[in-house]
Write a protein that binds this ligand. Sequence first.
Ligand SMILES: O=C(O)CCC(=O)C(=O)O
Ligand SMILES: [Fe+2]
Length: 356
Amino acid sequence: MPGLTTSPPFPDNVPTHPLLVADYSLLKAGDEAEIAKLWKAATELGFWYLKNHGADEEVKAMFDMGAETMALPLDEKMKFEQGDEGMSFGYKAAGANATDEKGNLDTVEFINISKDDALAWPSTVHRTYPSTVNARMENTIKTFVQKSLEVNNTLLAIFNDMLGLPKGTLLKVHAREENSGSEARCIKNPPPTDPAAETKAALGAHTDFGSLSFLHNRLGGLQVMVPGTEEWQYIKPIPGHAVCNLGDAMAIFSGGILRSNLHRVVPPPGEQRKFERWSLVFFTRPGNSVVLEALTNESLMIAEAVSEAPDTGIYRSGQTASQWFARRIKYQRIKNQKGPETWRASRGTEHRPEAA
Ligand SMILES: O=C(O)CCC(=O)C(=O)O
Ligand SMILES: [Fe+2]
């Protein structure tokens, strides 16, 4: 399907940000040089490519699930809409979220499937889903969730050790058994109707809400704000390479040592813009009851980082993961927008001075 291949090619005349490439098979084997590379990427940008992750087949099946779901009539999809109260699971229609404080609308539609619902299937933990999701819950979605958890948990264990945390600390705050906001998301963005909409956000600038995102895309459009600048640069999709990034929770747990970088989605560049853009993410998020605060009592390195931080408020958020997450979702809904304060209420760690 166009938009699910890398053709037409990503143009070579747009500003593109290079990412370090980490090899999952080497990371898993404990290769020190590879771990050092991952650490550099995680602390300097918070984004990296991950190759040899072994999830290509699961990713392909998930894109099929996404295509089947988005092809349903809108009124059918709307029966499973996420609503305005801060729940993420379910369907989000295009234009349901603001992309900025002026209230410009997003153009992406997506389906979010909870890790808890997928693993408990056929029981329901949080909510029900469209028939196209149910039909693939056992053989496609559960498998993708399990594979993604395996990859993300391997990365979490590495960060755990590098941060000087006692063994198992990060895995404990992301326990598979605890209900959480962890979810799989398949996103569709239609080709822009307005040719001038080159940099109009399809999905507004944000930091990810949770801990680790495992992203798969085919066409360009994802951009990062280059640290220390106000400049947006594309991340070029590379076949077989996932894009991984850290979210707010890991920035907070680590006292800012790990970076949760601003990013957004704009229409694909060059010839690619004529096609639908599809992407797929698995978000690992902390257990619902986990309080988002720097793990200063567990790691000297983190305690030192916080003691040197210019603004430490964010490292004592006082919010549980479920509160943090619901707040961010709720206040980006267009129905809840009352002005720039609402938009600001939806923000995460991007307000840290060093992340501006
Ligand atoms: O579609 C993409 O490439 C990125 C999506 C994203 O940033 C998100 O869903 O949080
Ligand atoms: Fe994101």
